[in-house]
Design a binder for this molecule. Structure first.
Ligand code: ARG
Length: 590
């Protein structure tokens, strides 16, 4: 079933049509002045102007036509020709019942569903993930959930960074530490051991060690570059090492992502498309898109309409090396070939500072006819800052690893719960730990997602884990409170029943429920998860107001009590569904 705004829009469009005016003027939305009306339609003014008529007269005729319809309690003409509509208690009750009963909790699938590759996460194999990768993971995963829920066909890909200079750093640094390993013996051709020669801790140590040396020592840097060139040229020992590095990294990454409720369909990486690169360069050359420049191959992607300078994309440098642009182009080729039916769109959830990179890649992909530029989207996001307003660092000045961040959030969640004395005394230790993890994840994800995607935010774990304010833990608390209310009522033999909408607080609550589908469609269209956060938060607040205004389980009138329990059930269903779409699981008790 569609939401009230859509139903009213339909009714108003009919009315416009019957007056010989265009249907498009019938658009109805929530009222700016809730004290006057639930919904409003502003089309009378524009349509009257177009038809050369008096807007208030048009509005009055429209009002006459829609008054008395089933959903409508009253309709009034205000000001220059606004239609102020109040919906009937019956229409609200029907909506609330639908939210309670339907699997999509009142929302409906999008009309323009697509087959979408969602590229997010983007961790690098050697380099530790940092808080920036948290944003990509959390925003990307939330979009994946929202898209799927609304009927899109999504294929998510983590797109590991496993092909750059960092791999050369790792290989050469390991060789310095353990030159005797069989991987470094140029004569040896295999087979190579199944056991990895390094642990995740080794990787975490080797990379910073090598990159620090390379910064001050040109010869050391050259060795890393040589190693990566040999790796990319296919030296068997290095390839075998790469496999180990990837496997060890992926095992650790999967843990960090699982903690955050983030999942991927594909665990592909840059190295997977390496064999497509020679053909890709050849193709670009044949099509006359690539041009030779001092031994390098570049693509001119600038356009006359560009306001600022648009540097050429480097397909291959003069030493024969290929980089980030080329792997991204080859990945487009791979996705178009290996995914059937082919994707209609590719969406990249990556730091906004990479905007130029993606614009270059998208233009080149279009020029080569790989996929239209309008089918490629960079969904950028702002940085996570420390209290000083600069990108967040650890106390020692390094980047904070995602695993440490998760651990910190878990510890803080445990502390907050103990402080607030939230958990029942009889709760077993295992369940306590699980609830603490759910609170930690709710804190991190909600804190990130509630910000407009494109803005920066300040990382403040103390605030994120608070049970008060617009936080994940508050949202959990709101949902758990309804669960326990329903459970206690059940224990006393009170079952939920038919919903009746009587009071102002009930009307407000059902109107909040009614906004779910619209919020989801807007979040999908704009790729903005904060719109869903706003919705669930507003719903929790409307429930709080309702709960404060009326007795629920303690209501004496049985039909009214059953109705309020039914309404609570509808709210819980939608709240839990909305939170799940944000990647947040609600505990049974708290
Ligand atoms: N690994 C990259 C980084 O850490 C992000 C990759 C984003 N995805 C892509 N297809 N380029 O910055």
């Amino acid at each position: 079933m569609t939401d009230l705004a859509a139903r009213l829009t339909y009714a108003c469009a009919d009315a416009f049509e019957s007056l010989g005016l265009e249907r498009k003027w019938g658009a109805v939305r929530r009222s700016d002045r809730p004290e006057l009306a639930d919904f409003q339609c502003n089309g009378a003014m524009g349509s009257a102007k177009q038809a050369g008529r008096n807007p208030r007269e048009v509005a009055a005729e429209l009002a006459e036509r829609i008054a008395g319809q089933e959903d409508i309690a009253s309709v009034e003409v205000a000001g220059p020709g606004f239609l102020n509509i109040r919906v009937s208690a019956q229409a609200l009750a029907v909506r609330a019942e639908a939210v309670r009963a339907e699997e999509m909790r009142g929302a409906a699938p999008a009309a323009d569903r697509e087959r979408i590759v969602l590229d997010f996460g983007g961790p690098n194999v050697a380099k530790p993930m940092h808080v920036g990768h948290l944003r990509s993971a959390v925003i990307g995963d939330t979009l994946q959930r929202i898209f799927r829920f609304l009927g899109d066909d999504v294929i998510s890909d983590v797109h590991l960074g496993d092909w750059g200079l960092q791999m050369g750093h790792l290989v050469s640094e390991l060789e310095d530490e353990q030159p005797g390993l069989v991987y470094f013996d140029a004569e040896y051709t295999g087979p190579y051991p199944d056991e990895p020669p390094v642990t995740i801790e080794d990787l975490g140590r080797l990379y910073p060690q090598a990159s620090a040396k390379a910064k001050s020592d040109e010869a050391r840097n050259a060795r890393s570059q040589k190693a990566v060139a040999e790796l990319q040229a296919g030296r068997p020992g290095y390839r075998a090492l790469l496999r180990h590095f990837i496997n060890v990294s992926v095992a650790a990454l999967k843990q960090d992502y699982a903690f955050l409720n983030v999942r991927f369909d594909l665990w592909k990486g840059e190295s997977d498309v390496d064999d497509l690169i020679p053909g890709l360069i050849e193709d670009f050359r044949k099509k006359g898109i690539a041009r030779e420049d001092d031994g390098a191959w570049v693509v001119d992607v600038s356009r006359e309409s560009d306001k600022k300078e648009f540097p050429p994309l480097i397909l291959m440098n003069s030493r024969g090396g290929t980089g980030y642009h080329t792997t991204d182009l080859a990945t487009v080729v791979d996705r178009m070939r290996s995914i059937t039916p082919a994707p209609e769109r590719m969406v990249y959830v990556v730091d906004a500072r990479q905007a130029l990179h993606f614009e270059q890649v998208f233009r080149a992909a279009d020029m080569a006819g790989l996929i239209g530029e309008d089918r490629l989207e960079h969904i950028g996001f702002g940085t996570v800052n420390g209290p000083d307003g600069k990108p967040f660092r650890t106390r020692e000045g390094g980047v904070l690893r995602l695993s440490d961040l998760n651990a910190m959030a878990l510890e803080e969640a445990g502390r907050k719960m103990a402080e607030a004395d939230k958990l029942p005394a009889d709760m077993p230790g295992r369940e306590r730990e699980q609830v603490a993890a759910q609170v930690a994840v709710a804190a991190l994800r909600f804190a990130d997602l509630q910000n407009t995607r494109t803005t920066n935010y300040v990382f403040d774990l103390d605030r994120f884990t608070s049970f008060e304010g617009k936080t994940g833990p508050y949202m959990l608390y709101a949902a758990v409170r309804i669960k326990s209310l329903l459970r206690r009522a059940g224990d006393e033999g009170h079952a939920p029943g038919d919903i009746r909408v009587e009071s102002e607080a009930e009307r407000e609550l059902v109107l909040a429920l009614d906004g779910f589908g619209g919020a989801l469609l807007a979040a999908r269209e704009k790729r903005m998860p904060h719109i869903l956060c706003e919705h669930v938060h507003g719903l929790a607040q409307a429930f709080s107001a309702f709960y404060g205004a009326h007795p629920i389980a303690a209501e004496k009138d049985p039909a009214r009590r059953a109705s309020r329990l039914g309404l609570s059930e509808a709210v819980l269903g939608q709240l839990e569904c909305g939170l799940n779409l944000l990647g947040i699981d609600v505990p049974e008790r708290m």
